[in-house]
Design a protein around this ligand. Structure first.
Ligand code: ADP
Length: 658
């Protein structure tokens, strides 16, 4: 029997007695009978691991989407007409030359360029774009900060035309990050993107995050105080204030403890103990559900930060009044596993020593050491009803290596790989408010303008623009390679550094947008001759994706990776290392089926391997501009949205709901 709280302790106003903490709610074994559609019968989980093909159903969807794109383009003409009246007939003319959605679809599936191969004509019209105030490196305000609205904070509405699911669910995400309030990496994108996709399918979704001091509460739509209550920490009950707001259509609950937790100028790295703070947060979220009588169908926890939620639920709150929720944990990166001492676990009211066994939460590598350690991520895996990670390939990799592989193998039947999507409303080159001008797969003129804009703003030599006398092919154009990343070993720092030199030698341009907490890493990049922006800037990231010809992702391992997918949405061709989610989303133009081919892939971890892919990409950019342009249009039309992935998540939710 698990003794989770000392008898006699008051919890939520109730005294704990032997009667209400007796039985341990062990995780249920999960059976999934339906998620998405699988034609093969061999295994009921096969569809998690099959790579997606363009089937008839998705072809239909594509035609519908492309028709919508054409409609949007027409609307844009009307807009341009207002801005530049004299250009109307020419724009209409160029619209008439656009391929039909069916032709475009054919180009995707057959890998043939049906876009009119007359780039000089289309790109030569750049001077007709709405007047752009070109930036320069000496501008007082950096060009990426030019008074654009932070539209996400104001809130985007739902715009997707997706049918509602039957039996709507009530889902609460418990997470350390969400875009745009608290983002450090992909976790923040995923929580918001998945939530919005589920809302679009008719589900009720709430997101609970810590109210970090650096979050600008007053900028959140509908920001208002919610419930006040107390939650347990280290023998005391700490006052908690919840604030509510709407972010990009999703309801957010910001949890603010009245102690030092979550104070500081950044999301992570404040002067409080992070592990203790997230343990407190995990319990405070469950406590809120209990005191407010909110009983979701699913509590969806993310990463080690909230791994303790399932332990607290099954060993404490389920014996109180929370009976209905079932727990789903998503692992975004196995590298962080929430190392925890037993006495730290005691602080949130659990009895740390009861989790010190191999089938519960002990970090197996520390068995026999003094002291042994626990892992919140492992506890989360063991105690959750279902565990997901962010790509099918990463499932296979994590089952085969790493110290958690034996635990995952033991819980194999409830462990699924669902590829992340990207939020195609937040990442939309046609409507992106951070860009000087929008563009689409059928009208790449704006992309060329964005490239010029970035080149001028950073002081790089701008590409020549086509004129009546000079065709696109004759113009001097430099390939622009971008890399947008946290600068940690996982991301292949040595290859990024090498790529900078190599691209320089190959007469290309390289821009790195990176962050690092390590002064040595910072120093290493700061002194580099080519352009390096060591900062975290959502605005600049949008501009870079839009301007880039190539997006580089040379990760040593990558659970899913979003930058290659965002890059493709903005017409940047990915050059990636074949690992994890990169292997599931990027397929080499020379070594894959034509239908899938969308980038350049290498396998080794050395510089020559990287060169082999990068050089092929540069060569194609320079020597086959028509092919390159067709590839750009093709990748922009690929569907990496949340639609399919959200359907799979809902399948997992349904398989564990009561
Ligand atoms: P990870 O989650 O491991 O950091 P992902 O590729 O899954 O990597 O997600 C990275 C996300 O963070 C992307 O949305 C990317 O645009 C963004 N990002 C990474 N570095 C920066 C930066 N320096 N400035 C702005 N956005 C960044």
């Amino acid at each position: 029997m698990a003794s989770v709280l000392p008898l006699g302790q008051i919890l939520c106003g109730r005294e704990i007695s032997a009667g209400n903490i007796g039985a341990r709610g062990l995780p249920l074994r999960v059976r999934v009978s339906f998620i998405g559609s699988s034609r093969r019968k061999s295994s009921k989980y096969d569809h998690y691991f099959a790579s997606s093909n363009v089937d008839l159903e998705s072809a239909e969807e594509k035609i519908q989407r492309l028709t919508a794109t054409v409609e949007r383009l027409k609307a844009r003409i009307a807009e341009l007409e207002g801005l530049v009246p004299s250009t109307r007939s020419r724009v209409e003319e160029s619209m008439e030359q656009q391929p039909t959605p069916k032709q475009l679809l054919k180009s995707i599936t057959m890998n043939v360029p049906v876009l009119k191969p007359e780039p000089s004509q289309k790109l030569g019209e750049i001077d007709r774009l709405p007047s752009i105030v070109w930036p320069s490196p000496s501008d007082e305000i950096p060009f990426w900060k030019r008074g654009r609205l932070r539209h996400e904070v104001a809130g985007l509405g739902s715009t997707k035309d997706v049918e509602n699911d039957r039996n709507p669910l009530y889902i609460i995400h418990v997470t350390a990050e969400m875009v745009p309030l608290a983002k450090v990496g992909g976790l923040g994108d995923v929580v918001t993107g998945l939530s919005r996709a589920c809302i679009d399918r008719g589900h009720k979704v709430e997101i609970m995050i810590p109210f970090y001091e650096c979050i600008p509460g007053e900028q959140i739509k509908g920001f208002s105080p919610g419930e006040s209550y107390s939650s347990y920490h280290k023998g005391n009950w700490i006052s908690v204030q919840v604030y509510r707001g709407k972010i990009a259509g999703a309801s957010v609950l910001l949890v603010q403890p009245k102690n030092q937790f979550f104070k500081g100028s950044s999301i992570y790295g404040g002067s409080y103990d992070e592990l203790e703070a997230y343990l407190f947060f995990s319990r405070a979220c469950l406590e809120w559900m209990q005191v407010t009588n909110n009983h979701p169908d699913i509590i969806h926890a993310h990463e080690w930060h909230t791994g303790a939620v399932s332990m607290l639920y099954w060993d404490m709150y389920h014996h109180l009044s929370l009976k209905k929720p079932r727990l789903v944990l998503t692992i975004h990166n196995m590298e962080h596993y929430g190392e925890c001492r037993m006495e730290q676990l005691n602080m949130c009211g659990l009895e740390g020593s009861t989790y010190r066994t191999s089938d519960k939460a002990v970090d197996d590598r520390t068995i026999g050491h003094n002291p042994e350690r626990l892992s919140l991520l492992k506890g989360g895996i063991v105690y959750s009803n279902a565990v997901t990670t962010v790509s099918p390939s990463y499932v296979n990799e994590t089952l085969c290596s790493g110290w958690l592989s034996s635990t995952l193998m033991k819980h194999r039947s409830k462990y699924f790989g669902i590829l992340n999507g990207i939020d195609t409303e937040l990442w939309n080159p046609e409507t992106d408010p951070y860009l000087p001008v929008g563009f689409s797969a059928t009208d790449l003129m704006g992309k060329q303008a964005c490239k010029q804009y970035l080149q001028r703003g950073l002081g790089l030599e701008p590409d020549e623009l086509p004129t009546q006398r000079k065709t696109y092919q004759e113009c001097k154009r430099s390939p622009l390679i971008v890399c947008i990343t946290r600068l940690v070993a996982q991301k292949g720092i040595h290859l990024i550094r090498h790529a900078m030199y190599h691209v320089d030698q190959m007469d290309g341009q390289f821009v790195l947008l990176g962050t690092s907490r390590d002064p040595r890493v910072k120093g290493e990049f700061e002194h580099h001759a080519t352009k390096v922006c060591l900062l975290c800037s959502e605005e600049l990231a949008h501009l870079l994706y839009a301007a880039a010809d190539i997006v580089l992702v040379p990760s040593m391992f990558e659970p899913c990776g979003l930058t290659q997918m965002i890059g493709m949405r903005y017409g940047a061709i990915p050059v990636v290392r074949k690992t994890g989610g990169l292997a599931d989303t990027v397929f080499d133009v020379e070594h894959s089926k034509a239908i899938d081919a969308n980038g350049f892939v290498f396998e080794g971890i050395d510089e020559r391997s990287l060169n082999s892919a990068l050089d092929r990409a540069l060569q194609q950019f320079r020597e086959k501009p028509h092919h390159w342009q067709a590839l750009v249009s093709k990748v922009m039309l690929l569907d990496n949205s949340w639609n399919k992935s959200a359907r799979e998540y809902v399948g997992v939710y349904n398989s564990v709901r009561v």
